[in-house]
Ligand binder design. Structure first.
Ligand SMILES: Cc1cc2nc3c(=O)[nH]c(=O)nc-3n(C[C@H](O)[C@H](O)[C@H](O)COP(=O)(O)O)c2cc1C
Length: 374
């Protein structure tokens, strides 16, 4: 029997569009490096998702590139052509068959793409600023190309709809193309897509409009659209909390189903841009108010971590690494077995955990990334 203390995790949640999630736990988007070279999903990848889709209310997939030159990782599955629809459908159905809603994360890697993964090694971004010393110097997108990438986000959304996904998440976080346009570090443009805060917001908002237009044309009113962002960049110039709160205001009037704040630590505090010293998630949640629900994420490992996070008032929490470490996390709490939750990678359990080799190798060879790997 479930410990009453954890009951809030199992309250259903309804989006404004009426779609209901069976509980408050979401699987965070995680790249797994395990798709076929042609961009289709592999059996191993499908099994990995099936293993993790029974407990949670909603699974957000790994990011998929909307354009060939947006591919950010080896073994990333593609969403940039109609040929990929059967592959996308396989993924959506596998997740849904286990009882979870399936959300496709759509993205463009921008200046972060490895040149060998994109046609002609042509790395593009808002401007010609590399993300760090030694990284490729990107080629600024022409204004025609900017318009084309915006359309590509709409096209990928149409494919998600045709493949049967319950929604898409626009990946505006973690330093990729959408964030690059919002960033005063990456974006030094002087046209309609850069300069003032408003102009840096123009590309993210145009992508939202393009996605919403595809939904209006191809889906019914129950298709979910979320937007993920990273609240701050460490460098100066860089995105500040003040910039992000302006973005939250702009996104809040776009009739989105949720905002998702990308953080490694749910409780992290602002670096700059506001006087407020409360955790970023609380400030953002307050700003979004009743306009749009917010998903919080970051280093939630135990049932108590999750309850404490929900007590901030965010309606939904996402778990990333912990669902790789323990795919039965939700079920254990539901059955009163929360003391059996595993919070460190057990290096002998790859098979039981159903983690494809490329993801497993990345985890065990990256000290400090996952608890249990020093
Ligand atoms: C293996 C791995 C792959 C990830 N890939 C993505 C991704 O494709 N898209 C994304 O928005 N975030 C990605 N993230 C970030 C997670 O969604 C999440 O924000 C982060 O891991 C913090 O949550 P956690 O502490 O519960 O893992 C990835 C994280 C991990 C560990």
């Amino acid at each position: 029997m479930m410990n009453e203390k954890y009951a809030p995790l199992f309250k259903t949640f309804s989006f404004k569009n009426g779609v209901e999630l069976k509980n408050r736990v979401v699987m965070a988007p995680m790249t797994n490096f395990s798709s076929n070279p042609d961009g289709t999903v592999t059996d191993e990848e499908i099994q990995y998702y099936e293993r993790r889709s029974e407990g949670v209310g909603m699974v957000i997939t790994a990011c998929t590139n909307v354009t060939a030159n947006g591919k950010g990782f080896p073994g990333e599955f593609a969403g940039d052509t109609d040929d990929m629809i059967p592959s996308l459908r396989r993924l959506a159905s596998a997740i849904q068959a286990k009882g979870s809603k399936a959300i496709l994360q759509i993205f463009h890697g921008g200046r972060e793409v490895p040149p060998e993964l994109v046609p002609n090694g042509d790395v593009v971004s808002a401007s010609d600023i590399p993300s760090a010393e030694g990284k490729p110097v990107p080629r600024p997108l022409t204004s025609d190309e900017v318009a084309s990438v915006i359309r590509d986000f709409g096209e990928a959304t149409r494919r998600a709809i045709e493949a049967g996904f319950d929604g898409v998440e626009i990946h505006g976080a973690n330093g990729y193309l959408i964030q690059q346009f919002f960033s005063p570090h990456a974006n030094r443009r002087e046209d309609q897509w850069g300069g003032s805060l408003e102009k840096r917001m123009a590309f993210p908002l145009a992508v939202v409009d393009s996605v919403k237009k595809a939904v209006a044309e191809h889906a019914d009113g129950t298709f979910i659209v979320g937007y993920r962002f990273s609240p701050e960049e460490p460098e100066t110039p860089g995105i500040t909390m003040a910039d992000t709160l302006a973005l939250v205001d702009a996104l809040s009037v776009k009739n989105l189903d949720y905002l998702h704040v990308s953080l490694m630590d749910f409780w992290s505090e602002p670096r700059r841009g506001v006087e407020d010293t409360r955790p970023r998630i609380e400030i953002i949640k307050e700003r979004a108010g009743d306009r749009v629900p917010v998903i919080g994420v970051g280093s939630i490992y135990t049932a108590d971590d999750a309850i404490k996070a929900l007590e901030t008032g965010v309606p939904l929490i996402a778990l990333g690494r912990e669902l790789i470490i323990d795919p039965d996390w939700v079920q254990k709490i539901e059955q009163g077995r929360e003391s059996e939750i595993v919070t460190k990678i057990d290096k002998t359990k790859q098979k039981e955990l159903v983690v494809p080799d490329p993801l497993w190798n990345a985890i065990i060879n990256s000290p400090g990334w996952f608890p249990g790997v020093e």
